[in-house]
Design a protein around this ligand. Sequence first.
Ligand code: PLP
Length: 375
Amino acid sequence: MNLGERLSNRARSIEFSGIRKVYELAAKLKDPIDLSIGQPDHAVPHAVALAAMRAIESGQNRYTLTAGMPELRRKTQLAVNAELGWDANVMITSGVSGGLMVALLALLDPGDEIIFPDPYFVSYRQLVRMVNGVPVAVPSYPDFGFPAAAVEAAITPKTRAIMINSPGNPTGTVMSDADIRRAAEIAEKHDLALISDEIYCDLSLDGPSTSPARYAPQHTIVLRGFGKTYSVTGWRLGYLAASGSFVDEITKLQQYTYVCAPSMSQVAMLTALDVDVTDICAEYKRKRDLVCESLAGTFEFVRPGGGFYVFPRVPATFDCGAAFCNAAVERNVLIIPGNVFSDRDTHFRISFATTDAKLREGCKRLCELARRGPG
Ligand SMILES: Cc1ncc(COP(=O)(O)O)c(C=O)c1O
């Protein structure tokens, strides 16, 4: 028997990420200029690494409570409530991905719809399918703000939630306060849950980003992560914050799936929360400026305000994002076509989480390619 042919309809409906194809290409290239990587390139703050090692050595290797170590929950809860003027409970999750999965399991019955702006983080569509929900992607081109009118028009009796991501992946856009407020108003007006993926909130490059929890505290579920901020994506740690009994209710979903977030990561995060990330943020801001300067005049793009991505438009002489990205591969540069994150294929994603030398050379080659065209 070939078990690969015995898949459930659910498993069959899930598509491999287009990013995987780029990784496969990367493996074939010799020393590529890789601008495709969606994870930080800065060093793990020493105190944080030390705290994780000490946690292992001192025997903190067992299951923690399902919702997380009480001390870490308390610390995170105090911080998020103080920041957002909120009265939320917190569950420590296995990365933001774990939080997303548990939140979607909790909110959607089969056939229920969830609306999110397009472009979107690559997992959203597939995670919604995994819980047998219906993803409804609403275009936010060309400025990648919150498309309030289109979101409201997409609401049906089956809609259960809206999902937003600011600062965003792949666009780097930080939604304005007015946009966040509109998202919150729509959620309240239609009594929908509002999932706010804020994984890049510590990497807001031009001042703090806003959360809808400020405006719709009872409808919002905030998801945040530690992986991008402290360069520990492999440690699988994040948290979910929501008011009322939501956290208590969904703890059972975490109990029977991820059980708990990794114990040593939780211990280390107690230290991480006291680490000043101003310098890390300033470094990404500098790289953002470098990339924007290098691309300006050749590419059309919205200047990103957070995270480490830029999402420029493909030059008009190329058919689509995939065509441009394939041509870039021939120049040993790896970027991701827009259709990995979108129903359209008109853009491409650059990650600036790499060295200045690679950024300079990569942008130079992309600009040359744009000027020359496909031929
Ligand atoms: C917008 C967004 N949400 C969630 C995730 C997943 O984060 P984690 O590694 O904490 O599961 C990512 C990772 O790239 C992301 O960019």
